[in-house]
Design a protein around this ligand. Structure first.
Ligand code: HEM
Length: 419
């Protein structure tokens, strides 16, 4: 999700509650700082390193208000033109990195957002995802086969990291051997801040990714399959088609939005279970609780910390606070999901929780389109691990666990387990 959010660390300047996402200590117990933020400065203005003012929204109801208000926009271009391509009609062409970062739905507002999203949803259907169930189960089993005999592994590197990238590569119809290549390109391309130093490597990766996809498109046009890219290309022939650049950006978004997020849902979810042995046993003895358990994993310690940036298209009042035209807004999903005003005993991990309407997948027009796939992968992964490796626990010989010092993804650096 760093695709187009600004660099937001450190979050400390001029704030009432100090938040520094660069500081590993913050990530040890973020819930305590978020609690303080909700109680003392629920709509708090901070100034980024480059002087840009951004409001942090930490309470559930305020988050909903912001996310459903169409006056908070994603693209400054929306104020000027209704066309996706702000360079259209001008002589200079968009750079490859600009295409990948700006031409997809998450960087756009209606009406373009609507067109891009409807297009993707026509191919990325619930039916397609349900049909993936047996294959996701098979990949999960194969990954467990590989680690089982060793009796220990790194839960992220050896398991949680692998499953989502194999699934999305297969869904798109990309050779699974290419996943390292895809990983390297996306690692470079989600670099948050473009500097003179990294600009060239970002452009080179974007160019290589677009060339790669254009070759895949040529092959699929000749030889269509049952995959998502073939479905997109078939749809492209229909009347309201996407431009080739919009197709590249859409596929790029599906790869990056769906990967690290799902990896960390599975691993944070397993971490929550191992940290709460009673809940772990409850799930082992009642596997049918898996659906409510996955929802609680998403709420309690979900993988996405903040929303992507929105901009106020005009002066807007939120809960009596004026956000001025042009200022930025970030919703802290993790905090909204722990809001005591919305969830009973909100800091408790309870896999039987009812009415668990959390914001882990966002809210409003940008609500995650990959939510059914992420839920399915997590459900199969956790259930199968508990069936096949029922004695899984933290590795007692390993160093203490460290959380990543990120302002976007909530996740562990390493997660050694034994079973
Ligand atoms: C949007 C979370 C998995 C594709 C979002 C947003 C969130 C989110 C919070 C909204 C961001 C905002 O409003 O600023 C998650 C989580 C996931 C996950 C927690 C896994 C646990 C996936 C997967 C895919 C995907 C597997 C696809 C393969 C997308 C897309 C959008 C999106 C395309 C943009 C929707 C739009 O702009 O209309 N996701 N996501 N996500 N997600 Fe996910």
């Amino acid at each position: 999700f760093a695709v187009e959010s600004k660099k937001t660390c450190p979050f400390s300047t001029k704030s009432h509650v100090l938040i520094n996402f660069d500081d590993p200590a913050f990530h040890e117990n973020p819930e305590l700082i978020f609690q303080k933020l909700r109680n003392t400065a629920p709509i708090q203005k901070i100034i980024l390193d480059d002087g840009f003012p951004v409001w942090l929204i930490s309470k559930f109801n305020d988050a909903i208000e912001v996310l459903r208000d169409h006056r908070f926009i994603k693209s400054p271009n929306s104020l000027r033109t209704s066309d996706t391509d702000p360079l259209k009609g001008k002589t200079n062409r968009a750079s490859p990195a600009y295409i990948l970062r700006r031409f997809h739905m998450l960087a756009n507002d209606p009406p373009n957002h609507t067109r891009l999203r409807i297009f993707a949803q026509k191919a990325f259907t619930p039916k397609l995802i349900t049909a993936m169930r047996p294959r996701i189960q098979q990949i999960t089993n194969e990954l467990i086969d590989k680690i089982q005999t060793d009796k220990k592994c790194d839960f992220i590197d050896d398991f949680a990291y692998q499953l989502p990238i194999i699934v999305i590569a297969e869904l798109l119809g990309l050779p699974v051997e290419d996943r390292e290549k895809l990983r390297n390109w996306s690692d470079v391309l989600i670099e948050v801040q473009v500097t003179e130093k990294n600009k060239q490597s970002i452009e080179e990766s974007a160019d290589a990714f677009i060339n790669y996809l254009s070759n895949v498109f040529a092959l699929r046009r000749k030889n269509p399959g049952n995959d998502l890219i073939s479905a997109f290309l078939r749809l492209e022939l229909a009347e309201d088609h996407l431009t080739e650049n919009e197709l590249y950006a859409t596929i790029f978004l599906l790869i990056i939005a769906g990967h690290e997020t799902t990896v960390n849902l599975i691993s944070n979810g397993m971490h929550s279970l191992l940290s709460h042995p009673k809940q772990l046993n409850l799930l082992k003895n009642n596997p049918d609780l898996i659906h409510s358990a996955v929802e609680e994993m998403l709420r309690y310690n979900g993988p996405v910390i903040n929303s992507t940036m929105r901009l106020a298209a005009e002066d807007i009042l939120i809960n009596g606070i004026k956000i001025k035209k042009g200022e930025g807004v970030l919703v802290i999903f993790l905090s909204a999901n722990q809001d005591e005003a919305k969830f009973d005993d909100s800091l408790r991990f309870d896999i039987t929780r009812q009415n668990n309407k959390h914001l882990a997948f966002g809210y409003g027009i940008h609500f995650c389109i990959g939510a059914p796939l992420a839920r399915l992968e997590c459900e199969i992964a956790i259930k199968t691990i508990l069936e096949r490796l029922p004695n899984i626990k933290f590795n007692p010989d390993a160093d203490s666990l460290e959380w990543r010092a990120s302002n976007i993804i909530r996740g562990l650096k390493k997660f050694p387990v034994v079973f």
